[in-house]
Design a protein around this ligand. Structure first.
Ligand SMILES: O=C(O)CCC(=O)C(=O)O
Length: 243
């Protein structure tokens, strides 16, 4: 990977793609540990460790894996990954979350248009997400669409979305047709990295193929919580709690 191109693309577009971010063996190890964690550990964790789909039994999201699981904390703390992230967050990267968006076959729910900083509430917005495909992400199984360059607009007005696990969305849908958005089609192990104010969303998964993504979230050590953003987020999450 060319670090200069990476930084240029990230600053310009607010998102970029990295092929083979994890090897096939690493993807297999992630999948095995997620399966084991859901089967053996999840029931003993607090309710805020996950969000379920509408059937009330299939996992939509795992949250706080860096707190609950040594394997995922170690992955998020990997020195090579943090070295890649440092220039992008303009400082010392701090791991703040390891999560999943499972998007299970047939019942995986959609994610409304949003900017992550409505959840993270950080200033300056030196915060990002590494979204790693564990399953293949196709046009049909609910890929994430990004509006390139949208991070340059700053934070846009929000509204409570009523979606469990994604309680705050954009007040208005951006005026950019889907065909002009960047659709992240990924093979297992590929990743995208998006800045926390880049607009993105995904559709429900109605296919027979699961679309599991593992997310590593980092901020620069210098960022601080913005009280106004926090107030809006607290109201949305109180209206639609994640669990
Ligand atoms: O995985 C998805 O469908 C949405 C992911 C997302 O919203 C995020 O990465 O912030």
């Amino acid at each position: 990977m060319n670090a200069t191109n990476t930084l240029t693309d990230y600053e310009r577009d607010g998102v970029f793609l990295i092929r083979s971010f994890l090897s096939a063996d690493e993807v297999a190890a992630v999948r095995a540990e997620l399966d084991r964690y859901i089967r053996d550990d999840l029931a003993s964790k607090p309710l805020n460790a996950r969000t379920l789909e509408k059937d009330e039994k299939t996992v939509r999201n795992l949250w706080r894996l860096e707190e609950h699981n040594d394997f995922f904390r170690a992955l998020g703390e990997r020195v090579d990954i943090k070295a890649l992230i440092a220039p992008l967050v303009h400082g010392e990267p701090v791991l703040v979350g390891v999560e999943t968006f499972n998007k299970p076959a047939r019942i995986g729910s959609g994610v409304p248009y949003h900017q992550d900083n409505a959840y993270f509430c950080q200033t300056p917005p030196d915060m990002l997400t590494v979204w790693i495909a564990i399953d293949a992400v196709t046009e049909d199984n609910g890929p994430v669409f990004f509006v390139k360059g949208s991070h340059k607009q700053g934070m846009l007005p929000t509204k409570a979305s009523g979606v469990r696990g994604n309680s705050i969305g954009l007040a208005e849908t951006p005026d950019v047709p889907l065909e002009e958005q960047f659709c992240a089609l990924l093979a297992p192990g590929d990743a995208t990295i998006h800045q926390c104010e880049t607009i993105h969303h995904s559709a429900p998964n109605t296919t027979d193929h699961s679309r599991l993504g593992l997310l590593l979230v980092y901020r620069g050590a210098h960022t601080q919580t913005d009280p106004k953003l926090k107030e809006a987020y607290a109201a949305a999450v109180a209206a639609t709690p994640p669990a």
